[in-house]
Structure formats: structure tokens, C-alpha cells
Design a protein around this ligand. Structure first.
Ligand SMILES: O=C(O)CCC(=O)C(=O)O
Ligand SMILES: [Fe+2]
Length: 313
């Protein structure tokens, strides 16, 4: 899994238009389900988040990462909140991801926000963007609820942002600029191969800053990775492990990674924004056919994170 593998365009990451959602919900649900079963990834357009809001969110992330290292170090990562720098070592690669990230999990942000003197308006604007992401996430999850035979609000209740056990997370990511002449960068990954722990990930990428690849389960043996190209304005989405379990394994959570740029590609920094829909601590995860014993959202994340990052939670 840590090897280079091959890149293929034999599979398509579909763009699914979710505009006019209330009227088209059944049709949208079918399209989301088909893409998810096929590849575990899809991109949505017509999601209602304005392009200016997305640009502003990227701008805020750049401003945050431009702060001095000592300043960012005042907000260290704990339980999916705060800042880390080259701290994520993936079992697949055993090397630290070449990135820094800042995570926002609403109930766990005490002492972890930049002050008004450092980044004016940052906290409120970030929370507003987080809420917009949550809204899109809940729309998409309501389609999966429909297909799984749960009521439309089932996953919205399980991701209630007003409860102290809320654990959905907005993550800003900054992958460092690369230099192909630097030998010590050979074999490193911007993000090593992994699956996500959550139900559903919403990812914003920027045009010209590619490198994300997915390995659909069906192609695992051949290591044929499919590129997930950045398309301005769409949200790239993928199924995470929690929804795989909640769907009794009907929906696959697939391996993905971010490779370094090739020598002829743009070597500058890469920024991305991810929103992880992670069910609340006390939500009970149990599939329609009860294939696995019920487990709470808190216990599920604890198990997955400690298995992967030797208690970096
Ligand atoms: O930055 C990206 O494109 C992917 C990030 C990712 O997979 C993650 O943070 O889980
Ligand atoms: Fe991921």
C-alpha cells in the first residue's frame, strides 16, 4: 500500500448535481448510491455553497498557516481539534504526512482559537463555513438514510451540532511545496494511503493542486489508483468507515492518498479543506440488518484512531 502503484483513468469519479434537492431527492439518492458502491467517491455540484464562501475559506486557511510556528504551537492538536505539523504517521507509509493541519470540532475548541488580534473574524467565519458544510453533509446523508430504510432525519439527529457530544470536524490542510531535486523527499507522501473514519467526508480542492487518488476496493490487488481531479466549485465526497459499518458493509470506504507532484507538475503548496461527518459520541451505530453489534460514535472513533495512530487522539 505504501508503494507508488499505477494511475488509471479507467474509472470515473462522477459529478452529481444536487440542485433542486427537495424535488429530485429520489433520483439524487440513486445516483449517490450507485457512485458510492462503484468507487466510494463522487463529486457534487449544485450544493448551494457560494464560490465566494469557498474562496474565503481557503483564504482563511492560508492566513492561518502563515502565522508563525510558535503561535500555531499554542493550539496543539487533541481529539480532532487544534494544530499539528508533520505529526500524522500512516501505517501504510510509516512516514509523516508532509503537511500541517488545523481542526475544528465545535465542543472542543476552548483555548484553540486564534484571537481577534491575530486573525480578526476568523473564528466566526470558520464556524459559519463549518455549518454550511454540515448542511450539505446532512442532505447527502439523508439520501443514504433513504436508501438504507432509515427516516430522512436519521443521520441529522446522529450528527446534532447543538449537543456536547458533537464530533464532526472541519479540517484545514496545508501540504508543503516540494522540490523534486531534494532526494530526501523521494518516497514521502503528502498524505499516505488511508481510509477515513467518519460517515462521509466533504473535500474542497483547488484547481491546479491535484494529487488525490483513490484505490477502489475492486482494484486493490492491482494497485490501480484513480485520480480525483480538483474541479473548482464541486465538493469531492467519500464514504468513511463509520458508514460502511452503519450500512452493514453495503457502502465501501476506500483507500485514498495524496501523492507528491510529478517533476513536470506544479511544485507549490497544496491547500484543501475537509469536513468529516462523524456521528455524535452517543449515537448508536447499528445497520439495518444488524450485521455488527451496536457501538457508540465515541467508542467507534476511539477504536479506529488508537488502532491507526497509537493513541494520537
Ligand atoms: O487533502 C486531500 O485532498 C485529502 C485529505 C484526506 O484524505 C484526509 O484528510 O482525510
Ligand atoms: Fe482522507
Amino acid at each position: 500500500m505504501g508503494g507508488q502503484g499505477m494511475e488509471t483513468r479507467a474509472r470515473e469519479v462522477r459529478v452529481i448535481d444536487i440542485s433542486d434537492f427537495e424535488h429530485r431527492k429520489a433520483e439524487i439518492a440513486e445516483a449517490l448510491w450507485a457512485a458510492s458502491v462503484e468507487i466510494g467517491f463522487f463529486q457534487v455540484s449544485g450544493h448551494g455553497i457560494a464560490p465566494d464562501d469557498i474562496s474565503a475559506a481557503f483564504h482563511r486557511a492560508e492566513q492561518f498557516f502563515d502565522l508563525p510556528r510558535e503561535t500555531k504551537a499554542r493550539w496543539p492538536l487533541a481529539r480532532n481539534s487544534g494544530w499539528e505539523h508533520k505529526a500524522q504517521i500512516r501505517p501504510s507509509t510509516r512516514t509523516p504526512d508532509q503537511k500541517e493541519s488545523y481542526q475544528v470540532t465545535r465542543p472542543r475548541m476552548e483555548g484553540l482559537w486564534p484571537g481577534e488580534e491575530e486573525l480578526p473574524g476568523f473564528k466566526q467565519a470558520t464556524l459559519n463555513f463549518e455549518r454550511q458544510c454540515w448542511q450539505v453533509g446532512m442532505k447527502l446523508l439523508s439520501c443514504f438514510a433513504y436508501k438504507l430504510g432509515f427516516d430522512a432525519e436519521f443521520f441529522t439527529r446522529a450528527h446534532n451540532p447543538d449537543l456536547p457530544g458533537y464530533q464532526s470536524t472541519l479540517r484545514m490542510l496545508h501540504y508543503f511545496a516540494t522540490d523534486p531535486a531534494l532526494k530526501h523527499e523521494v518516497g514521502l507522501w503528502r498524505a499516505g494511503a488511508h481510509t477515513d473514519f467518519d460517515c462521509l467526508t466533504l473535500l474542497f480542492q483547488r484547481a491546479g493542486q491535484g494529487g488525490l487518488q483513490v484505490l477502489p476496493g475492486k482494484d486493490a490487488a492491482s494497485e490501480q489508483w484513480t485520480p480525483v481531479d480538483p474541479v473548482e466549485g464541486v465538493i469531492t465526497c467519500n464514504i468513511g468507515d463509520m458508514l460502511t459499518r452503519w450500512s452493514d458493509d453495503q457502502l465501501p470506504s476506500n483507500f485514498h492518498r495524496v501523492r507528491n507532484p510529478l517533476p513536470h507538475e506544479y511544485q507549490g503548496a497544496r491547500y484543501s479543506l475537509a469536513f468529516f461527518c462523524q456521528a455524535n459520541e452517543d449515537a448508536l451505530i447499528e445497520g439495518p440488518d444488524k450485521k455488527y453489534p451496536p457501538i457508540t460514535g465515541a467508542e467507534y472513533l476511539r477504536q479506529r484512531i488508537s488502532a491507526n495512530f497509537s493513541n494520537k487522539y
